[in-house]
Each structure stands twice: as structure tokens, then as C-alpha cells.
Ligand binder design. Structure first.
Ligand SMILES: [Zn+2]
Length: 422
């Protein structure tokens, strides 16, 4: 029998408290559809599905002819599966972690350090920064998805500072006026003024900001029913405050863009970009790392000083945060999200109903394939046998192996494939 180099995976679930509960969660839906033996508990959060070889959630190999139990063990014994370039560039490790996230309540305000700062933070505080690697991330919406990302254009921030006196009080008149006076002809001056304002906000004293936040929440709640509170971003403020009462992170909505993604739209989070996921379901891919600097909307360790120091204070409109997918020249059914980092790329594969036989092409990188919609029988010379694929199925594909999909669903298929395009 030929060596098995394509096989199905059972992936690790993380039941973090911010996840959607029971079958509300896309993670739970994919799990129960992909494996009928999985029992979904209706009151439990299903936050993340990890499709990769990370030690805290190494995928289980679902093929008992393979002696290794997990993907991480198998890759360690078969590093050639990564592809020559990937293997050499990333020291024999799968460079990315592929995930599905189902977000019910907001995740922390955070940013990820670049490689240099990641190594420094890890050396100084290994208990808070368990990895030395950087952690660029990309999220692609599966359902309407909301997040905060990057600094808003200065006009928007200034307008909030004028409409929200509680915010203005926290930052102080001198810093606010400096930002109001900073002109678009001086981007360095704008960034410097923005840095001062954001740092003053994040470093304000607990008692002071809790009082101001309570006043703001009270004021917005007492507005007449139906009155427009968009000048103070009222709806989002009340929602975040109900999730994280008394948290300084609630005020960051006045500085950071609210980005709304429709299914298939993506956002890329490079080094030092402030962000938070607010709600919705997405697929996510990231470099294999756990290096996150947090500053609010979280019960976890926060490091306000490091965050305020490292951030990229370049204002830009919300629309600029949507990362475009490019239709493949070789295959019009494939859309590629290729971020400006070497660690990963994602392909969205939309097979129309008219196609009954489709080839998942060979690439010079190991990849992980997730079925979101549709059914097919997959065959490959590198697989032990035919593989039945349905919503929730996850396959590991070694470099330079292909799979033929014999489609059995009437509506085509939707697949996501994470890989490394060096
Ligand atoms: Zn992040």
C-alpha cells in the first residue's frame, strides 16, 4: 500500500466563555455535522475549533492505519509533508494554526507584537508571553461579523471627543486640543497626538474611569426611546458595557474602527494593529504563536504600557481594513487571501452546482481543508481509501498531493484551505 499522506482530522475545541452557546455556535454546528458521535451540550460555549498541530490542541488523526495519534506527532516523523521550502523556512514545523471562531461576547482589546518585540517580551515575561514568535492573524467572516480594528480617521475621533464629555474628561483638555489642532498635512504630528490621547485614556485611574463610564452609560440609557445616539456610539457602548461593566476597553470604541464583514470578507491583523473581535463566526488563520498584548475587555492579564507603546497610530477609514481576496488565475473557483507575511494564506473554494468532479490541486505546501457546505466523495492516491466529505469535515493534505472531489450535493460546495505560499 502506498504511503498515506492525506487523511481526515478530528479537531480540538476550546470552550472559552466568550463563545456562542450550544448549536448557536458555528463551531458546534461544524463539529456535530462532521462527526455524528459528538454530543453538543446546549448550555456550553463552543468558542474555537483548532485545526493544526499546536501543542494545546493538536488534531487527532482519524485513520487507524496511521501509527501516530496526532497531526503534530505525524509531522514530526514526516517533515517532508510540509513541502521543501516550508520545511526549511519554518524548521520542520507547520507554520500556521487554522481555526473557526464563534464569538458571542467581545474578545479583549489586543495587539500582537512584531518578531523583535515578541522575542523580547517572551524573554522578559515568559509567564505572560509564552511564545517568541510573532502572531499575524486573518479572519474571514462565515456569518455577519463585527470587530474593532485600527485607529479611526482623526475627524471621527475628534467628533466623539466633542459629543462624549465623559471621554474628553478622561483624556484632558490639553491632549484633546492638541489632537483637534493636528493637521492632515503632518501625519507624524497626528500620530503623536493620537498616541498621547489614547495612552492618557488607557492609563487613567480606575476610580475616575469607572465613574465616567457609569455617567456615560446612565446618560445614554436615559436618552428618549428612539433618539439617535450614534454621536456617542450609544448602542455599541451599552452592549460592551453589559458584557464588561466598568472596563476601560468600553471607551476604545471611540478610537478604533468598527469593521463589519459580510460572509467571505476578511480582515488582516498585522503587527501592532489594535483590534478586538465583537461578534459573529469566522475562519481564522494565524502564525503559530500565543503572543498577545491585551489592555481591556478581558479578565486576563493586561499590559497597558506595552500596548500603548507598541501600537501603530496611523488613522485610516474602516473600509481600508477589509482585506481583498484575489481570484486565482489558474482556477476561477478559487479566491486567495494572501497577507503580507510568509506564514500562511487562505483559499476560499466555491464549487458551483454545475461541477460534479473537482480537483483540489497539488501545491508545494502542506494544507488543511475545511468543508463549510456541500458533500462529496474524495479520492487521492495518497489517501488510504475513499473519504466521505460533508459540512465540518477537515482534511490534512501533504505538499504536492491532490484530491479529486466527486460532488454529491446539488448546491455545490464551499471550502476553505489554509496553506503557506512562499
Ligand atoms: Zn488578535
Amino acid at each position: 500500500m502506498a504511503e498515506i499522506r492525506v487523511f481526515p482530522l478530528s479537531c480540538a475545541v476550546q470552550n472559552y466563555s466568550w463563545g456562542k452557546v450550544g448549536l448557536e455556535s458555528e463551531v458546534a454546528k461544524l463539529l456535530s455535522s462532521g462527526d455524528p458521535l459528538v454530543q453538543i451540550q446546549p448550555d456550553r460555549p463552543y468558542a474555537e475549533l483548532w485545526m493544526g498541530a499546536h501543542p494545546r490542541g493538536d488534531a487527532i488523526i482519524r485513520d487507524n492505519r496511521i501509527p501516530q495519534k496526532t497531526l503534530g506527532q505525524w509531522i514530526a516523523d514526516n517533515p517532508a509533508c510540509l513541502g521543501t521550502k516550508v520545511k526549511d523556512t519554518f524548521q520542520g514545523q507547520l507554520p500556521f494554526l487554522f481555526k473557526v471562531l464563534s464569538v458571542d461576547t467581545a474578545l479583549s482589546i489586543q495587539a500582537h507584537p512584531n518578531k523583535e518585540l515578541a522575542a523580547k517580551l517572551h524573554a522578559q515575561f515568559p509567564e505572560h508571553y509564552p511564545d517568541a514568535n510573532h502572531k499575524p492573524e486573518m479572519a474571514i467572516a462565515l456569518t455577519p461579523f463585527e470587530g474593532l480594528c485600527g485607529f479611526r480617521p482623526v475627524e471621527e475621533i475628534v467628533s466623539f471627543l466633542q459629543n462624549v464629555p465623559e471621554l474628553r474628561a478622561l483624556i484632558g483638555e490639553v491632549a484633546v486640543e492638541q489632537l483637534e489642532r493636528s493637521g492632515s498635512d503632518d501625519p507624524r504630528g497626528v500620530s503623536a497626538a493620537l498616541r498621547v490621547c489614547f495612552t492618557r485614556l488607557m492609563k487613567s485611574e480606575k476610580k475616575f474611569f469607572v465613574d465616567q463610564l457609569n455617567m456615560l452609560v446612565k446618560r445614554i440609557s436615559q436618552e428618549e426611546e428612539g433618539k439617535d445616539t450614534s454621536g456617542s456610539n450609544g448602542e455599541l457602548l451599552l452592549r460592551l458595557h453589559s458584557q464588561y461593566p466598568g472596563d476601560i476597553g468600553c471607551f476604545t470604541i471611540y478610537f478604533l474602527n468598527l469593521v463589519k464583514l459580510e460572509p467571505g470578507e476578511a480582515m488582516f491583523l498585522g503587527a501592532n494593529e489594535p483590534h478586538a473581535y465583537l461578534r459573529g463566526d469566522c475562519v481564522e488563520c494565524m502564525a503559530c504563536s500565543d503572543n498577545t498584548v491585551r489592555a481591556g475587555l478581558t479578565p486576563k492579564f493586561i499590559d497597558v504600557l506595552t500596548l500603548c507603546e507598541m501600537l501603530n497610530y496611523t488613522p485610516a477609514p474602516s473600509s481600508s481594513k477589509i482585506f481583498p481576496a484575489v481570484q486565482s488565475q489558474l482556477d476561477p473557483n478559487v479566491y486567495v487571501y494572501d497577507p503580507p507575511v510568509p506564514d500562511f494564506a487562505i483559499m476560499r473554494i466555491e464549487i458551483p452546482a454545475s461541477i460534479k468532479l473537482y480537483l483540489i490541486s497539488a501545491i508545494d505546501s502542506a494544507s488543511i481543508l475545511l468543508v463549510i457546505q456541500g458533500t462529496a466523495v474524495g479520492t487521492s492516491t495518497a489517501a488510504a481509501s475513499e473519504m466521505s466529505l460533508c459540512r465540518g469535515s477537515v482534511l490534512f493534505i501533504s505538499a504536492n498531493e491532490s484530491i479529486s472531489l466527486h460532488l454529491s450535493s446539488p448546491d455545490g460546495m464551499l471550502l476553505f484551505r489554509a496553506c503557506c505560499l512562499l
